[in-house]
Write a protein that binds this ligand. Structure first.
Ligand code: SAJ
Length: 427
């Protein structure tokens, strides 16, 4: 068996993206020697210069400290990661166009580690993966090196749960799960992460850990779909779904989510598919929830077109200002953004689409530019700035005054506007 008194001195983090880089920084600033392996040369150079390629509060300060202490270095040379005590794999696991998982990044990272690791190494996969993938990756290493997980090295799945914008706090204080192919692997991983994790830690098997991560995001996706279905019903019953949700959530054991223009990001739209992918059969709820959430941009289009009809504005002549492109408020991330799906859904059926997003940019450089002469404004992202808009002033810029709220940003319909909001069956 492997030595029990393993002390971690030097570790490698494979993949320096929005999870890998903060994780590498946390380990380095906790005193470990960290080599970050990254195939994108330009990212390696930026990191070694103490400049982060991702936007996250505090990251540049913390990165500079890690690099200047000599504890963190980035490289794209696999030779530099040979013989480390631990390898932490944080690479993306996107979906292919047919909806199946693309594990090529993970397989390539595992192959790189297989070529560098020595006996006794701990390998941690942080990536979100289909159930049983960690076991398959251990087999992949055995085929390449003859080394067996549990006997010659440790293999663990340890998913992250951080929310962009709060990554460094959540890396420290969120609870953490370590799923080992063998229990001693989970023990060792827990010991390694205690370098900075202050939250509660739990140990289990690698497959349970993989399923837990996918259940968390699937739970959220299904509950958002339920909230969206409540919004559809609110339109049929002539009520304000947000008033109803607020009242229902006064129940001690009810937590209804928020209806909106859709579910974006690179996690929720993908993870339910990863959860179901190896299953021999499923029962439909999880897939149906995905369909409901993916239908929300079209539902928002229906609200817009019903407003254009009420004002007898031919859609083909209408100028539409879409406010927000990011998948969620105060973020610049547009991955799988429902706002982009909405722009796609209307662009061939209206006269002109203008887009404005304070974090992402857009065809209009300012809100005023987007609204000048527009017939309708559609709020597609819940950026805080959009809650401050003075619609009396904004309305003066517009040709017609239609406001469609896709993210429950506007509480009361502004004076002089034809207002439509998802779930606002009361209007
Ligand atoms: N959304 C709604 N209604 C809601 C909540 C969210 O429509 O009530 C929408 C958002 O606008 C956004 C999408 O869903 O478009 C996803 O939002 P999110 O708040 O879930 O954000 P993510 O995807 O950045 O983060 C999730 C988090 N998972 C959970 O909260 C269970 C985060 O903790 C995970 O670490 C992350 O996925 C991940 O990386 O898996």
């Amino acid at each position: 068996m492997l030595g029990e008194s393993m002390e971690f001195r030097e570790i490698a983090v494979i993949g320096l993206g929005y999870i890998g880089l903060p994780t590498a920084i946390m380990f380095a600033n906790s005193g470990l020697k960290v080599i970050g392996y990254e195939i994108r040369e330009e990212v390696v150079e930026k990191i070694n210069a103490g400049r982060a390629h991702i936007s996250e509060p505090e990251i540049n300060t913390l990165l500079k400290r890690a690099v200047e202490s000599g504890n963190l270095r980035a490289t794209s040379n696999p030779e530099d990661i040979k013989g480390k005590d631990a390898y932490i794999i944080c690479v993306q696991t996107p979906l292919k166009s047919d909806g199946s998982p693309d594990l090529s990044y993970l397989e390539s990272a595992v192959d790189t580690v297989a070529g560098a690791m020595e006996k006794g190494a701990l390998i941690v996969i942080e990536s979100t993966v289909p159930p049983m993938t960690t076991l398959r990756m251990a087999e992949r290493i055995k085929r390449a090196t003859g080394m067996k997980a549990g006997r010659d090295f440790y293999m663990v799945h340890a998913p992250e749960r951080v929310m962009p914008g709060r990554i460094f706090k959540e890396l420290v204080y969120n609870s953490r799960i370590f799923g080992g192919i063998t229990p001693d692997g989970a023990e060792l991983a827990e010991k390694l992460y205690r370098a900075f994790v202050k939250g509660r830690t739990f140990k289990t098997s690698s497959t349970v850990s993989e399923v837990v991560k996918l259940m968390e995001n699937t739970f959220r996706d299904v509950n958002i779909a339920l909230a969206n279905e409540f919004a559809f019903l609110a339109h049929q019953y002539g009520i304000n779904v947000f008033e109803a949700i607020e009242l229902a959530n006064t129940h001690p054991r009810v937590r209804i989510h928020t209806p909106g223009i859709g579910v974006g990001g690179h996690c929720l739209p993908k993870d339910p598919h990863l959860l179901l992918w190896p299953a021999r059969e499923d029962f439909g709820l999880i897939r149906l929830a995905r369909e409901i959430n993916d239908s929300m941009p079209l539902f928002t289009k229906d609200l817009l077109f019903s407003a254009l009809r009420e004002l007898n504005i031919p859609p083909g002549e209408a100028v539409i200002a879409v406010l927000g492109l990011a998948y969620k408020g105060d973020s610049d991330d547009t991955r799988n953004s429902p706002a982009l799906a909405f722009v796609d859904a209307i662009k061939d059926d209206v006269g002109e689409v203008r887009t404005y997003d304070p974090f992402v940019g857009g065809t209009a450089g300012t809100l005023e530019e987007a609204l000048e002469g527009a017939d309708a404004a559609v709020i597609a992202t819940d950026h805080s700035a959009f809650r401050e808009i003075n619609w009396d002033e904004a309305g003066k810029l517009m040709r017609a005054r239609i406001l469609v709220d896709g993210r429950h940003v506007v509480e009361r319909p502004p004076r002089g506007f034809l207002f439509k909001g998802i779930g606002r069956g009361d209007l």
